[in-house]
Design a protein around this ligand. Sequence first.
Ligand code: AMP
Length: 368
Amino acid sequence: MKILVLNTGSSSVKYRLFDGTTTLAKGLIERIGEAGGDAGDHEAALQRVMASIDLSGLGAVGHRVVHGGSEFGKATVVDDEVFAVIEGLIPLAPLHNPAALSGIAVARKLLPDVPQIAVFDTAFHQTIPPDGVAYAIDASLAERWQIRRYGFHGTSHAYVARQTAELLDLPAEEAKVITLHLGNGASACAVSGGRSVATSMGMSPQSGLVMGTRSGDVDPTVIFHLHRVAGLPIDEIERSLTRFAGLQGLAGENDMRAVQERLTAGDSAATLAFDVYCRRIKEYVGAYLAILGGADAITFTAGVGENSPQVRSAALSGLSALGITIDETRNARGARIISPDNARVKICVVPTDEELEIAQQATAELRT
Ligand code: AMP
């Protein structure tokens, strides 16, 4: 059965057509609505996608939706009611959910007989227990304004944790895996028996690890201080912490490759950025080892995780007392398992594939 996966952003549509695990077609429509862009609006963009691929035998369209709030713990077929619930979550993801909804609306219109399935970045983390999602703030405020940890990158963490269990031949129901998704956005997740039990992103994708342009964890007083003492408007503070922070903030560029090149040349800002980035990963690994009561595996994925032996090595340095060591020959070679033979904790590198995971979750949902 064919599944079309759509990742609709405000100005782009990424698509990939699967037959099982085989990719039949893929592409990107960019700069939608901009002068000289590929399409005037989302409808024109999706019409272009549909015209370019063979839709015979299409079983479903799987849509990436960033925020499923507390409502969605799994992939869900979109009917009018589900559509309205996702609309109701727009205040929690004002930049992301509207674009996804527009993709769903257009796909429903163009393919009225094909099930549209929403696959949420947050859904995998709905299994985190209450003490892992509640912030210790005024409970009435938290409830009224839906303030809690939701977590993101769920499709990636789910996929990578399952692939790790397969790679290591671990029983999926028992495997304890720490997954480190280190891309432009970055998050850590503790997975026990295939279920997320802790994750570093929170109410938004802003908290946790240091990212390309996002700060990760900061004391909230930084915001009050920038507002009251520095006199910055709240929108500017948000822009600073989401677009001019992280590697960008510390080193002036968001690409880890560039940071590493400057580090090698002895640049002190790049060195600090790299060190802060790797130390934060180590802090979360320590926390999640404690939450899981020890781990079978730690897995690196996404752009940095899959491609940077330096980051993998620095993030897990000095942990041999915890059974965590890296075989640097394997690490440099880019092997799938980079810990020594017989290591207590296996260290793995697993390429993520969020689109394939969306297609698989959509297929599973069709079969229920
Ligand atoms: P992603 O969001 O998963 O596509 O990851 C993108 C990021 O991966 C880029 O911003 C780079 O910083 C990083 N990256 C890609 N290749 C490498 C590499 N060879 N070494 C270090 N970082 C890399």
